[in-house]
Design a protein around this ligand. Sequence first.
Ligand code: AMP
Ligand code: MG
Length: 421
Amino acid sequence: MTSCFSQPNLLPFEQAQQIIADNLELSLSSENIAIEKALGRVLAENVISPVNVPPHNNSAMDGYAFNAESLKENKTLTLVGRAMAGTPFQGKVEIGQCVRIMTGAKLPEGCDSVEMQENTEVKDNQSNATDGTQVSFLQAVRAGQHVRYTGEDIRLDDCILASGKTLTSVDIGTLASVGVAKVAVVKPLTVALIATGDELKQPGEALTEGDIYESNRYFLSSMLEKLNVKVIDFGVIPDDKALITQAFSDANRLADVVISSGGVSVGDADYTKQVLNEQGDIGFWKIAMKPGKPFAFGKFSQSYFFGLPGNPVSALVTFYQLVVPALYQLMAAEVPKRIQLQAKTTTDLRKAPGRMDFQRAVWAMSDSGDLEVTSTGAQGSGILTSIAKANCFILLPQEQGRVSAGESVTIELFDSLLLPK
Ligand code: AMP
Ligand code: MG
């Protein structure tokens, strides 16, 4: 069966990204959850502030509140009371009077300014000063100084967070600051994870001749957890047509997205490709990227399918560069922009024109303040330590040839998916 996703030629990376983006559509329902549980979840609706923050004009300092008019001629004011955070001064402050005020306390009626305690003098102890005490102001004041105004942070009815925002710790604090206790978030995306290959053994098992330890499912499932998706782990499926068929058909039924690794390259001898062709509308691509040339994308009856190459570096890079943005899109989330900068390579970089390279490297500031980048060494698609040692990719465009030490290259900083929690 020829898929509508078929691409007979080498497919430029950006085109692969575009075909995926153009073919994804999913409407996940939403749920209301407590803000304490909302870290990393995607907002399903705009959040409109029900209050002003701050809700009243208040003091930014510990000191004295007064009307600036009072200090035009006089430098001494009469203390008439106290305003504490949570216990406002009751009554009106007249010209010639002042109120002792603490940070965050509501500015009393009649006052427009605050002077900090350090710029004033009273005969006795400042904190015990009683009403009637004379307070001397040692410096000129500016009308309105040290006042935080109603709504200067957030205004009533402002949209404070837009639908599609992945909530950060600061967002949760912001929601609390407007008194919102619950938010509508998108229900988690369900992702089925399948590894294929008879040679794959699990950590803890003994290797027999020709076997290797399986690693793809381990980094994929932990990255998926960071994305707050629900993972259904199908483990490693042996090279048995009936078992592969069963696994993909269960995965399609249970998940919104099915991700497999291995079995999608040209030379693959197992049944994976055959089963995928029977069960879905799948394009097997040769993407002009390194690592990650073989890649499959398409649709099953109820889910989207991403077939990652088996080599661990290729699986990780294609997942990170092609699948992660797709997952954000399916979660109706804004796709986070990764940071790209220019840096000087400290070494020559091997590169042949024809494919876009995602070389693994470490960026650092030189003593002279320049951004420098150093390759992590051997870049083979099976060398997972080339990513483990890295903190960025060097992005070398498809038609770029070799690069000499000292030349400027584009680097893409790893985001939180590839960094410690
Ligand atoms: P394949 O794409 O199935 O031909 O696999 C390419 C290479 O990746 C082979 O050397 C496989 O042994 C290896 N490989 C496939 N799947 C995994 C996996 N889950 N973990 C580690 N290596 C894998
Ligand atoms: Mg295989």
